[in-house]
Design a protein around this ligand. Structure first.
Ligand SMILES: [Fe+2]
Length: 303
């Protein structure tokens, strides 16, 4: 079990023989997530069908034949929106687009079942938000960050994400994990002005994007986004802050609250993840959520 006071996010390893219904394992899993650590589920990944493998390894389908450009830009990032039950903003042609959508739908059911097995209370309370599929090879380090979701304000809920490395060629996906969220928040919160207008108006930029922005942005969404920006732009922080690297092999899954866990992709290709929104009050200790930490440190109510 990872120590809660360790200065960098820990990775806890489990495998397919683990009995996740055992009370001690269940407590460990839940605590690991709430403490801002990562669950690494070795050999427990989402399995593709032969047809799905064939589709995602055909560069003509996913990259329209230009894999080199995909490698440079890291795109496309394919987003499957559960609310509308389809892929958004993509250029994949029919009929393969339908087949990829079917794969992502299958992944959503698989992820829900996995969360039910890991932390049933979370599964009951979480909203299943969207699925992201990154087929392109990551060409450069992403930089340490926490996840924010501009188009999908979480309104104080944590982002619980279930990732899988589905690379058919078997390469690992490498991540960096950074310092604890509270340190990160203390570093940047003093330079963020918390504005009353975030709580009083509904007619901010979100309104002008009303067609694609789902729900009103709260102080939590604003503050977290600013912190992410400041961290990404801070060269010193990106260069010198403590971190550990971890490789997630093909065929594995990993789970984390990514608004609390500082992380960044380093390399890899073909990753899938399901985003859930987790209300802090469902946590055994809601004071460990990003929302409550930011409220305590800033002295403001953020939702
Ligand atoms: Fe991220």
């Amino acid at each position: 079990m990872a120590a809660a006071d360790s200065t960098i996010a820990e990775v806890l390893e489990f495998d397919e023989r683990t009995d996740f219904s055992a009370p001690d394992i269940r407590a460990q899993v839940r605590d690991a997530l709430e403490n801002g650590n990562v669950l690494y589920l070795k050999g427990c990944g989402f399995e593709l069908t032969e047809r799905e493998r064939a589709i995602i390894t055909d560069p003509k389908i996913i990259f329209r034949g230009n894999e080199q450009r995909a490698k440079r830009t890291g795109r496309p990032t394919l987003t499957f929106d559960m609310a509308v039950d389809r892929l958004l903003f993509n250029s994949i042609r029919m009929p393969e687009r339908r087949e990829i959508e079917a794969m992502l739908r299958r992944y959503s059911v698989w992820s829900r079942d996995l969360l039910e097995k890991l932390v049933p209370d979370f599964a009951r309370a979480c909203e299943q938000n969207r699925i992201i599929y990154r087929p392109a090879e990551r060409a450069q380090r992403q930089g340490l960050h926490v996840d924010t979701t501009y188009l999908y304000p979480t309104q104080g809920r944590s982002k619980l994400r279930i990732f899988c490395n589905i690379d058919p060629s078997g390469r690992p996906r490498e991540w960096e994990l950074g310092e604890r969220f509270e340190n990160f928040a203390q570093r940047y919160l003093p330079s963020i002005r918390i504005e009353r207008s975030w709580f009083e108006k509904t007619t901010d930029r979100a309104a002008s994007l009303a067609r694609i922005v789902t729900g009103q942005r709260t102080g939590y969404d604003h503050v977290l986004e600013k912190m992410r920006q400041l961290g990404k732009q801070d060269r010193d922080f990106q260069k010198k802050s403590p971190r550990r690297n971890f490789s997630f092999p093909a065929g594995s899954a990993w789970v984390a609250l990514t608004d609390v866990v500082l992380h960044g992709g380093v390399s890899g290709q073909h990753a899938l993840d399901q985003v859930f929104f987790l209300p802090p009050e469902v946590m055994r200790d809601p004071s460990r959520s990003a929302l409550r930490i930011l409220e305590r440190l800033s002295g403001h109510t953020l939702v």
